[in-house]
Design a binder for this molecule. Sequence first.
Ligand code: KG4
Ligand code: ZN
Length: 384
Amino acid sequence: MIILSIETSCDDTGIAIIKSSDKKDFNFSILSNIISSQIEIHKKWGGVYPTLAKREHQKNLVPVLTKALKQSKMLKKTLQTKPEKVKTLEKILEREKDLLKKLEKFLNKYENPNIDLITVTTGPGLEPCLWVGINFAKALSYYWNIPIIPVNHIEAHILANFVDKQQIINKKELFPAICLVVSGGHTQLILMKDINKYKILGETRDDAAGECFDKTAKILGLSYPGGPIIASEAEKCKAQSPFISLPRPMIYTKDYDFSFSGLKTAVLYKVKSEKEKGKNKKYIQKMAYEIQQAIIDVLIKKTLKAAKDYKAKTIILGGGVSANKELRKQFKEKIKKEMPDTKYLIPDSKLCTDNAVMIAITGLCHKNKKTSWKKLKAEANLRI
Ligand code: KG4
Ligand code: ZN
């Protein structure tokens, strides 16, 4: 079975094509995995603007699809056009006129590829961005006559762990698992009893961890996205003690919730009251170090608490923030020390941030959820 997957929930336009053997969900090969990042566009604003992001997705989707098909050796010129299908296509993409023009050109030029299934992120995410990807998926599904599977972006961040770890899918050894999904939009602790069986134990009450990285980076005059930049500034901070102390919000509360907006405010006040120091490179490095460490401390403490309380056999990380090197390292050390029998899964760094391969394999795990393109809709606040 060949699956084409589409991801546009935030500021990355992703399309992947995977080939799976029908027998086992995680037995597949990646034919292509294309991502077009919008970082350069959003850098100027220090964050993602949904309408700008939507416009970029419209521009990028057809070139990204062409590249993905080409890399998968599935791009063949056609002699046949289907004028009878144009009217419905225009209706599906009536709000995405730029995309429609590009797609019509593409469909008139290339043959139907040999794809069996389309999977697309339907939520959670930025609504205008979700809709572009969904309408694009609908148009292809209609034109090529292929069923669609809607995918939850949060579940996909969790299942990204199984892209490279096909050998450890022994459910008895894996579950129950505690999953920490940390991204720009979410910070959730999830109890996973099986693929398909999830329960949110706790989540952030305000900003997500990634959002805290992004916003504090902006306060420090650093670029977007803040996570990788704070991480690289923190790495330059050689001092054993950074001499700056920031709060670890909610670290000792009995629940599994988080809060990061207080940390952001603390950074803002410190930087304002120490204006002169703010211009000093070393001060920025120390501040970055302490911001990163404060976030890591809270994430590790709460995740290990949940893992102990629920006797988890595995701790699973996912989402953009889990690409953070220090977080990955410190998690590993803490688990080894405090829960040596617990397995620890993290996706390859490239699969932590948004990508379409994770959308493909999540769809693969929900093969029974095939639906008609007519039923698909965006759900910005979709829960796992
Ligand atoms: O999962 P993701 O690509 O998109 C969402 O679903 O939100 O996550 C993006 C977030 C951003 O906030 C970014 O700053 C953060 O992940 N991020 C990192 C790192 N790489 C990306 N945070 C900390 N360290 C990193 N290396
Ligand atoms: Zn994400």
